[in-house]
Structures are given as C-alpha cells and as structure tokens.
Design a protein around this ligand. Structure first.
Ligand SMILES: [Fe+2]
Ligand SMILES: [Fe+2]
Length: 185
C-alpha cells in the first residue's frame, strides 16, 4: 500500500469532480459560505473602484513643483487599484457570482471613502487613511476565508500586500512634504 499523499483519496476526488460540473471552479470540497464570500469580494471590488477614482482625481488635480513625485505615485496607485478590481471581479465570476460594477450605491458598498482634498497634503492624507481602512478590512476578510477558500484568500492577501506598500508610499510622501514645508518656513 503506497503512502496516501492526499487527505481525500484520488478516486473520491475524481468522482466528486464529475458531479455538478456546471458549477465550474466551485467543487464539492468547497466549504466556505459561497454567497457570503461573493458579497465580501464585491465589497472589496467597490472599495477598489472608489480608490481608483480617488487616485485618478488626485493625479489630475495635484499641481505645483512639489507635486511631481506625488503625481507619479497617484497614477501608479490608480492603475494598481484598477488591477485589484480586475482580480476580484475574475474571482467572483469563478465562484459563480456576478461582479457588481453598478455606480448606484458604490460608495456605501465601499469600505474606503472618496475624498477629493483641497491641497496636496490633504490628498495624500486622505489616501493614507483610505489605504489604512483597506488594510484592516482586507486582513479581516483574509482571516475569515482561512482554509475554507485559499484561492480567494490569496487574492485578498496579494491585494493586501500592495495596499501596505501604498500606505507606506503615502506616509513617505507626507513626511517629505512636512520636511520641505519646515525647511521653507
Ligand atoms: Fe487596491
Ligand atoms: Fe491601495
């Protein structure tokens, strides 16, 4: 008798794969609450869309000499938030759900806020706050997913890692801005 490398034997896995094949990637072994996972991912999707829009607004509105580095960061972040939205939409479809791209209710589904900001400093500060909100809520979603849905958890963790970089970038910009203001004072 060879060592049993899997927790469930391969014959049972093969039989189960043949059942309910219309469910695509969602197999019998999927133990998470699918509806709940889809709605959590849709909330994250709304968060990403709002963050994309906020960074885009900041990119176009940032002005002045000290804004050039911030502008480049805003644009890069906008593109990455868009990418996160795409990863989430793709995973929602794999789970047999529908990604919610509706503008109606977008802000109430989103965890982060859309704040325009009157000055460069305000913009960076609001982006940092939004990133910190995303970090906390995504970490919670990843923990909730645990071992029940490792693929969705990995998507959330990949996004989480980039949000942490974003927060770090914004904190660095804020610090740089404060230092240069102090020097000029
Ligand atoms: Fe994001
Ligand atoms: Fe971000």
């Amino acid at each position: 008798m060879p060592n049993q490398p899997f927790l469930t034997d391969i014959k049972t896995i093969r039989e189960r794969a043949r059942q309910h094949i219309e469910r695509g990637a969602v197999t019998e072994g999927y133990t998470a609450d699918r509806e709940n996972v889809i709605s959590l991912l849709n909330e994250a999707l709304a968060t990403e869309i709002v963050c994309t829009l906020r960074y885009k607004r900041h990119y176009y509105m940032a002005d002045g000499l000290s804004a050039s580095i911030a502008k480049a960061e805003f644009l890069e972040h906008a593109q990455q938030e868009q990418q996160h939205a795409d990863w989430l939409a793709e995973r929602i479809v794999q789970l047999g759900g529908a990604p919610n791209f509706s503008p109606e209710g977008l802000l109430s589904r989103s965890h982060a806020e859309y704040t325009e900001g009157d000055s460069l400093r305000e913009m960076i500060k609001e982006d940092l706050i939004a990133e910190r909100i995303a970090i906390d809520s995504y970490r919670e979603i990843a923990t909730y997913l645990g071992d029940k849905d490792p693929t969705s958890r990995r998507v959330m963790e990949d996004i989480l890692a980039q949000e942490e970089e974003h927060a770090d970038d914004m904190a660095g910009l804020l610090e740089g801005l404060d230092n240069s203001t102090n020097r000029n004072a």
